[in-house]
Design a protein around this ligand. Structure first.
Ligand SMILES: NC(=O)C1=CN([C@@H]2O[C@H](COP(=O)(O)OP(=O)(O)OC[C@H]3O[C@@H](n4cnc5c(N)ncnc54)[C@H](OP(=O)(O)O)[C@@H]3O)[C@@H](O)[C@H]2O)C=CC1
Ligand SMILES: O=C(O)CCC(=O)C(=O)O
Length: 428
């Protein structure tokens, strides 16, 4: 990614990474913002960045330090909202980009939040459970001053889950002196979590996948699906597609790619991963020697549901799918976006495709405030309605302006954010 953008002074060109991808996306949408374009610089600057040192005592008595971040990109439409990632490659640039995509996403599906994201640069697989708990609690205490049910509400992302959210909620509550369920979402049900949140992101991917397939005249029953990432998002999406009669022909995780032309048994694969930690060695499948071959596999729908910049100029031309559903945040680089677009591949962008998670997080937050909990059917039907409406609105705008679904989603999202910015005004 070139450094043609005016970048914040705390980033240097080699560090731009995902933030550069985001800036490129914002530049593409600026000509469609009319008079609101004068506010677009707002979208290019995170509102608040907190970098924290997270020291923990290891089980062997030594002390380890990890770098943690919480970035509040924008709060024009409400409190910050977005997940927390634990991964060895987490960087400030990445968390900035993820927080900015949250701003666009939350506005695109019209939930009343700004955008935020957090992370710790750590490989959690190298920590014991006790070390993981100490690190999570220390991180929460360090960011305590900027989070809260009305300020910024974290949630799960890569390598974080209900247990991590429970520790975060408990630590924040201890620091406050009273239980504050609404400080995080994606909690265990027993602590005020919402039914359906665990499956929500994958379910949203499935719902928009069905809408996109309908536009392309593709039957889900019998459709061939390839999924990168078999965690919360990819695992649930794969299970729902398989349950609807699709053939999930390939699944890739960090360690291996498993392929079965007649369709993998997803329930058996999930049980295998729970036991072995990876798809590697799953008996009823072939395993690819070269992970890069995954991108050229014969399929109708490709679901990148792992990390950023996975679809890039090196593999975009090989993709055989007619539909790409971005379960992950930022999985496609701008160059790859252009290649896919020129090849007539329909790409449903992250800020719509994976918005099911934050939508049910919103339901969870509302339920926590009212201490009144909805049924799973109520949650799933409201989620489905919101996802379908958001997809339809973005589709209609893309047709009207003759732009990609990503540009249309960014127009919807940026317009809502910048209208709020303009209405609130600047303190003179
Ligand atoms: N959780 C949520 O609610 C939401 C998540 N997202 C996005 O979805 C994506 C996945 O998140 P989530 O499912 O929660 O994360 P998880 O930690 O549950 O799962 C991540 C999956 O990606 C795999 N993976 C990691 N690195 C690679 C790699 N280099 N190649 C192939 N596979 C890899 C992991 O494999 P392994 O286990 O082998 O490491 C794992 O299967 C992220 O981009 C996240 O930001 C978006 C919206 C909401
Ligand atoms: O559920 C949430 O609040 C945020 C989920 C998230 O991090 C995302 O959508 O990328």
């Amino acid at each position: 990614m070139s450094s043609k953008h005016a970048i914040p002074s705390y980033l240097t060109p080699p560090d731009i990474g995902a933030w550069g991808v985001y800036l490129e996306q914002i530049d593409r949408v600026t000509p469609y913002l009319g008079s609101l374009a004068r506010w677009v610089e707002t979208m290019k600057r995170p509102k608040r960045i907190l970098i924290v040192d997270v020291p923990i005592e290891r089980d062997d008595g030594t002390v380890a330090h990890f770098e943690g971040y919480r970035v509040q990109h924008n709060t024009s439409r409400g409190p910050g909202k977005g997940g927390v990632r634990f991964h060895q490659d987490v960087s400030l640039s990445e968390v900035m980009a993820l927080s900015a995509w949250m701003t666009i996403k939350n506005a695109a599906v019209n939930v009343p939040y700004g955008g935020a994201k957090g992370g710790i640069r750590v490989d959690p697989k190298t920590l014991s459970r006790a070390e993981l708990e100490r690190m999570t609690r220390r991180y929460t205490s360090e960011i305590n001053i900027i989070i809260g049910p009305n300020k910024d509400i974290p949630a799960p992302d890569v390598n974080t889950n209900e247990q991590i959210m429970a520790w975060m909620m408990d630590t924040y509550s201890m620091n406050q002196g009273s239980t504050a369920s609404g400080v995080v979402t994606g909690k265990p049900i027993s602590l005020g979590g919402s039914l359906g949140r665990h499956e929500a992101t994958g379910r949203g991917v499935f719902v928009v996948g069905c809408e996109a397939a309908g536009k392309r005249g593709l039957e889900i029953k019998g459709a061939r699906i390839a999924v990168q990432g078999f965690g919360n998002v990819g695992g649930v999406a794969a299970r729902l597609f398989a349950a609807a009669g699709a053939k999930v022909v390939a699944v890739q995780d960090h360690a291996a790619t498993v392929v079965r032309n007649s369709g993998l048994d997803i329930v058996a694969l999930q049980a295998y991963v729970t036991q072995h930690g990876s798809v590697a060695g799953f008996p009823d499948a072939e395993q690819l020697d070269d992970a890069a071959q995954f991108w050229g596999l014969d399929c109708d729908i490709l679901v990148p549901a792992a990390l950023e910049q996975q679809i890039n100029r090196d593999n975009a031309a090989q993709i055989k799918a007619s539909i790409v559903l971005e379960g992950a945040n930022g999985p496609t680089t701008p160059e790859a976006d252009d290649i896919l677009h020129d090849r007539g591949i329909l790409l449903v962008p992250d800020v719509i495709a994976n918005a099911g998670g934050v939508t049910v997080s919103y339901f969870e937050w509302v339920q926590d405030f009212s201490s009144f909990f909805w049924t799973e059917d109520e949650i799933n039907s409201r989620l489905t309605r919101i996802m379908r409406e958001a997809f339809a609105a973005v589709w209609a705008l893309a047709e009207e302006k003759k732009v990609s679904l990503r540009t249309a989603a960014f127009i919807v999202g940026c317009t809502r954010v910048l209208q709020a910015r303009e209405m609130r005004g600047l303190y003179p």
